[in-house]
Design a protein around this ligand. Structure first.
Ligand code: SAM
Length: 330
């Protein structure tokens, strides 16, 4: 595999791309989407072949890690075909972020298609609270999905929890114990101000990673993990358990200096930063050059110059980023 040919103006090497494969989702999580969302018309959405071309081109440019996300990647028709295709590129790491609802029937096939790792979102262990946060989700389905994933033998499974004051913050110790029992990792995420929501006040619901860590420390010793995840999460180990606890803290600990990633939305917008609007239209290049990927390669290389040094999130209610996380590809 070639060394990454993607370097930005600040000397950071980009070797990780997150591809959104759909903006649609069967859940309507309160921090992620408005209750009644309008989704993109089909012609604006990249075809699976176009997504595969993007993935292949990044891989040819030395990208070692690809994550498929959305929306909910498992509601995209024929997603297994795409997983099979990307699974054949010999990536060092090939992962997916999912809400878990389709895993009871798909986990085994995903593993066989070449997917290495899964992140499964889980914000509550209480059926009612889970329903209130996801608006449409059924906890039992996700629980079955987690078990199906464990049985399928993925290289790694991680739970993702967005912590909101007054919604699920008091469940943090139980969620850690659940992860320990299941033998999976868990990451607690601070809510990010992406998209205009009316359901709650982001400032009031904000729960910092420091607060979450303090709560966990009342139950378990947390020892900083020495290995570098290469991502924004900072990990801790607990003596006597294989489970690692991670924290993603875009507000309280800016992780831009080591940012190694870019995102591609399902419309083919190459986003150079989660918290800025800098982007390049890859769909135009894909559709204008249906045979050769040379122009696509050069466009991606040139786009690195646009990667901003850092993002600025604040909690005062001003939404700087209008796109929702389902559009961004979380
Ligand atoms: N549907 C999949 C899922 O539920 O994991 C993948 C897409 S979802 C947008 C990816 C991750 O982003 C989830 O873990 C979700 O909790 C997180 N997320 C969505 N909106 C967020 C926000 N405003 N702040 C922080 N995390 C968010």
């Amino acid at each position: 595999m070639p060394e990454s040919r993607l370097t930005d103006r600040f000397g950071r090497t980009v070797n990780y791309v997150r591809l959104s494969v759909t903006d649609r989702c069967d859940f309507r999580c309160v921090y992620c989407m408005a209750e009644d969302m309008t989704f993109l018309p089909r012609q604006q959405v990249l075809t699976l072949e176009e997504i595969a071309r993007v993935a292949r081109t990044f891989s040819d440019l030395g990208t070692e890690k690809i994550r498929l996300t959305g929306g909910e990647p498992l509601v995209r028709k024929d997603i297994l075909e795409l997983v099979k295709e990307i699974g054949s590129y010999g990536l060092r790491d090939f992962a997916m972020t999912t809400n878990g609802s389709q895993l009871p029937t798909m986990a085994e096939d995903l593993r066989r298609a070449g997917l290495h790792r899964l992140n499964i979102s889980l914000d509550s262990l209480d059926e009612d609270k889970f329903r209130r946060i996801t608006r449409t989700g059924r906890l039992s389905q996700v629980m079955d999905g987690i078990d199906a994933a464990r049985e399928a033998g993925f290289r790694g499974i991680k739970l993702n929890t967005v912590v909101l004051k007054g919604r699920n913050d008091e469940e943090v110790p139980e969620l850690v114990d659940f992860a320990r029992r299941k033998g999976v990792d868990i990451t607690f995420i601070e809510e990010m101000p992406l998209g205009q929501i009316t359901e709650h006040d982001r400032g009031e619901a904000f729960c910092s990673s420091d607060e979450v860590r303090d709560v966990i420390r009342q139950h378990h010793d947390l020892v900083p993990a020495t290995e570098d995840s290469g991502g924004p999460a900072r990990y801790y180990r607990m003596p006597g358990s294989k489970t690692r606890v991670g924290f993603i803290s875009p507000h309280s600990h800016n992780f831009c200096a080591t940012c190694n990633r870019v995102r591609v939305t399902v419309e083919g917008r190459l986003l150079l930063c989660l918290g800025n609007e800098h982007s390049v239209d890859l769909r135009r290049v894909l559709r204008g050059n249906p045979v050769s990927d040379d122009k696509l390669q050069q466009t991606i290389i040139d786009a690195m110059d646009l990667k901003p040094e850092k993002h600025h999130f604040d909690l005062n209610g001003d939404v700087q980023i209008l796109r929702f996380m389902n559009m961004t590809g979380g």
